[in-house]
Design a protein around this ligand. Structure first.
Ligand SMILES: N[C@@H](CCC[C@H](N)C(=O)O)C(=O)O
Length: 277
């Protein structure tokens, strides 16, 4: 038996495991087992708490298909509330090591309760070699792709994990699923890619629907919300402080003068339990 917590951030749901108390042989298999919505608990991803030599604590992230993700925006907010409320980290401002670097966390406490979590997501990278995109160009901005009989304009950015952003007049969930699934696995993206369909409402409000690499269509994607704002801002479609509405809730994203992205949103406990291995 193993102890777990289930949490969600804007409907992006996760299983959290304290790796300081329990050790596991194969985390990829464990993630697939726990995240299975029929035979397991059900979640978009799994996070394990492990010690860090360079930050206050380290987050290991796996997608529901068992692949490792370098970073997870909604996940790190849940992870931060988890380590604070379980007494693993005792201060409301701390640092979390991820495969995409060290992220600064600021918990908003109201009457001792974590009301919101702000994350300094760091900077982004447009270089095609870093994202990666298999194309003979330095950046992948407003490029034409053909998929499932459609011609689309897409931009890509690395926001800890690879993201594609496509602006649309209307978000259609069926299209997010049909096109997202096909784009994720295009040869153009050798490490696969997350795909965000974005409708700009005005310069401070956008709607985002995401197909996640390794997890499929989810109700929210934190890094995807950041990537969507970064690209929309670069193309002059929105300002530097944006409210992002996703199917499962809302996130506040802002870009500062030093090219750092800040993300703020909720992190909610669903339940604690024991899982039969
Ligand atoms: N849900 C996420 C992103 C999780 C990782 C992603 N699926 C990948 O493997 O790139 C978020 O909130 O950022």
């Amino acid at each position: 038996m193993m102890e777990f917590s289930k949490m969600q951030g804007a409907g992006n749901d996760f299983i959290l495991v304290n790796g300081l108390k329990q050790s596991f042989k194969n985390l990829s298999e464990l993630a697939q087992k726990l995240c299975d919505r029929h035979f397991g608990i059900g979640a978009d991803g799994m996070m394990v708490v492990v010690p860090s030599e360079t930050a206050d604590i380290q987050m290991i992230y796996y997608n529901s298909d068992g692949s490792r993700g370098e970073m997870c925006g909604n996940g790190i907010r849940c992870f931060s509330r988890f380590v604070f409320e379980k007494g693993i980290v005792t201060k409301p401002s701390f640092k979390v090591e991820t495969l995409a670097g060290i992220k600064g966390i600021e918990l908003t406490l109201v009457d001792g309760e974590v009301e919101a979590v702000a994350v300094d997501m760091g900077s982004w990278n447009y270089e095609t070699a870093a994202i990666p995109v298999k194309i003979d160009k330095n950046e992948f901005i407003k490029e034409t792709i053909s998929v499932e009989g459609k011609t689309l304009e897409m931009s890509a950015v690395l926001m800890g994990v690879p993201h594609g952003v496509i602006f649309v007049d209307e978000i259609k969930e069926t299209e997010t699923i049909r096109l997202g699934a096909a784009i994720e696995k295009m040869e153009l993206f050798p490490k696969r890619i997350n795909v965000n369909f974005v409708k700009v409402v005005n310069e401070s409000h956008i709607l985002v629907d995401t197909w996640e690499r390794g997890a499929g269509k989810t109700l929210a994607c934190g890094t995807g919300a950041c990537a969507s704002v970064i690209i929309a801002h670069r193309l002059g479609l929105c300002g530097s402080a944006v409210n992002v509405k996703v199917p499962g809730g809302e996130l506040q994203i802002s870009i500062d003068n030093e090219h750092r992205v800040m993300m703020k949103g909720k992190a909610v406990f669903v339940c604690d339990g024991l899982f039969y291995l």
